[in-house]
Write a protein that binds this ligand. Sequence first.
Ligand SMILES: NC(=O)c1ccc[n+]([C@@H]2O[C@H](COP(=O)([O-])OP(=O)(O)OC[C@H]3O[C@@H](n4cnc5c(N)ncnc54)[C@H](OP(=O)(O)O)[C@@H]3O)[C@@H](O)[C@H]2O)c1
Length: 224
Amino acid sequence: MTKKYTIAIIGGTGDLGSGLAMRWARAGHQVVIGSRDGERAAVKAAEFTEAAGVAIAGAENAEAAAQGGLVVLTVPYASHAATLDVIRPHLDGRILVDVTVPLVPPKVRTVQLPEGGSLARRVQKELGEDVRVVSAFQNVAAAHLADLDHDIDCDVLVCGNDKDARATVIGLAEDAGMKAWHAGRIDNSAVAEGLTSILIFLNGNYKIDGAGIRITGTPGLAGQ
Ligand SMILES: NC(=O)c1ccc[n+]([C@@H]2O[C@H](COP(=O)([O-])OP(=O)(O)OC[C@H]3O[C@@H](n4cnc5c(N)ncnc54)[C@H](OP(=O)(O)O)[C@@H]3O)[C@@H](O)[C@H]2O)c1
């Protein structure tokens, strides 16, 4: 049985964070969703509690981060830096799971990685080694996460410099109904971040409702 965490999902009022929130709450974790607006967080938390059938709390982003034993960042790239500033005082000693994809509209079907090659790599550098940054979930479509009884046909690549932190996030991915893999150091996050633009391209080109990825040829090895 995986350890149970208090998980703060910053931007958890949105499409991706809400699916993770409901799935983790159903798996027995304490979940608090964060918003710029504490009132909106409370309203959305009540809505997700009703949909998931299990309690989910809501708070303003900084307050949510302060409550989280583990913090997950799920905001659009354009608001990533500002949001990180808000929660920064609460991250030391924690795992920060960064789900953010550095998409630059309108060309979201084209890979446009930030300077330094990867957003998560830059975040780890900025925050220092007291925060264990783990990058994950960039390739999972929010619509699939929101369909709570649906098996998710997408693996999760988990990148980070600390193997134990990666293992924790692999456990959380499994709790949310996905296979996840140790995918190496945080620098490797560049590939998961870039892959999302290819998946968005595939969705448009082939009329797919949320394309995902699978690691093949290794049955039974996920998470090891
Ligand atoms: N959607 C997907 O299928 C998907 C899949 C994989 C990865 N991702 C990545 O996951 C992240 C979140 O995606 P999403 O689709 O959940 O995004 P979203 O629904 O557009 O936004 C998530 C939350 O971010 C907050 N936010 C929005 N604009 C903001 C701003 N200007 N400043 C501060 N906060 C702002 C909002 O919360 P409040 O208004 O309550 O503060 C919003 O509910 C993105 O980086 C995305 O690329 C998404």
